[in-house]
Design a protein around this ligand. Structure first.
Ligand SMILES: [Zn+2]
Length: 230
């Protein structure tokens, strides 16, 4: 953001809209390993030109504890430790290289009774690995920091998130930036010197009404938060 705005010689910005939804056309590119519905190499990098780990490297090299944490935290997967154990067990025999192999492992890690309801059993684990591969949460925090710096007074940041972890990051960023003084209450005079730079416009996030969800099911998990630069 810094680079683009500097090179375009933009002095300041009146509004930012972050739509954290993953671009469907990007996920639909065959052969990149985003989809559990096709068999492809486990890549999942949004930007394959970047010198970062791909999904296969994460799955084959992270230890069981880290894999379980990623699946639990980023995927909100209830059976994270069972799936992580299954990954480690399988990769001792052969490397896990394709989405098809990964789907099989996930299914083996989830008890049969739990596999019968809810969406595709691999959905949460695929999301978790994708977030890890692309450092999606770090990128969001850096993006919010940069946007806050670039805002003109009175300008607004609006963020649409689809995932509770992302929403929490947005909420905390807005809270921190709108708080000002963080001195302990027993100190009579402020020594931290922090001043609020954002005002939170949405105390609670805005969500889609039932008729919108009926027209567009993907809106179900969407939450909007808005803050204004002071
Ligand atoms: Zn203070």
């Amino acid at each position: 953001m810094d680079e683009l705005l500097c090179s375009a010689e933009v002095p300041g910005v009146d509004g930012f809209l972050f739509d954290l939804g993953v671009s469907s056309p990007q996920l639909d590119i065959p052969g990149r390993g985003f989809s559990y519905n096709e068999d492809a190499p486990l890549d999942m990098r949004m930007d394959p030109g970047n010198n970062t780990l791909n999904a296969a490297e994460v799955i084959n090299t992270y230890n069981e504890h880290d894999l379980a944490r990623i699946l639990r935290v980023y995927g909100e997967e209830k059976f994270a430790s069972q799936i992580a154990r299954e990954i480690v067990r399988r990769r001792e025999h052969e490397p896990i290289e394709t989405t098809g192999q990964f789907v099989e492992i996930i299914k083996a890690g989830i008890p049969a009774a739990a596999r019968r309801h809810g969406g595709h059993p691999a959905k949460k684990s695929f999301q978790a690995i994708r977030i890890e591969v692309n450092h999606e949460l770090d990128v969001l925090e850096r993006g919010l920091d940069a946007a806050t710096r670039w805002l003109n007074p009175g300008g607004r940041i609006c963020v649409i998130s689809y995932h509770s972890l992302e929403d929490r990051i947005v909420k905390n960023h807005f809270k921190e930036m709108s708080q000002g003084c963080t001195c302990p209450p027993e100190i009579p005079v402020c020594v931290c010197g922090n001043v609020p730079i954002l005002k939170v416009i949405t105390r609670k996030p805005l969500v889609a009404q039932p008729d919108e969800v009926a027209r567009n099911p993907r809106a179900r998990s969407a939450k909007i938060r808005v803050a204004q630069r002071l």
